[in-house]
Design a protein around this ligand. Sequence first.
Ligand SMILES: [Zn+2]
Length: 92
Amino acid sequence: MDEPNIIPEFEMLGPSTGHAEMIARFHCPIGCGWRHDEPADPGPGRIILPVGFTATDLSGAMSLNAEAGWLAFRSRVEAAITDHFETAHPGY
Ligand SMILES: [Zn+2]
C-alpha cells in the first residue's frame, strides 16, 4: 500500500521572485486561501566523515544528509497541513 501523500502542490519562491531565501509555499489543497511557507534550504547540515574519507564516503554522507533534510522538511509540512485541517476544515 502506498503511503498517503497529503502534501499539495507548491511553488518555489527565491531570489528570482524577490525573496532572500528559497521558500516552498504550500496552498490549502481545497483552496480556502490558507498557505504555509517553509524554508526550502535549511542551510548546510552536519556531515560526519571518517578520518581519511574518500569521495565515496563523501557522496554517501551527502545523500544521507539530503534524505534526512527532506524527511524533516516533509514532516514539518505535514504537521502544518494537518494542523490547518484540524482547525479550518474539521472532519474533511
Ligand atoms: Zn484550507
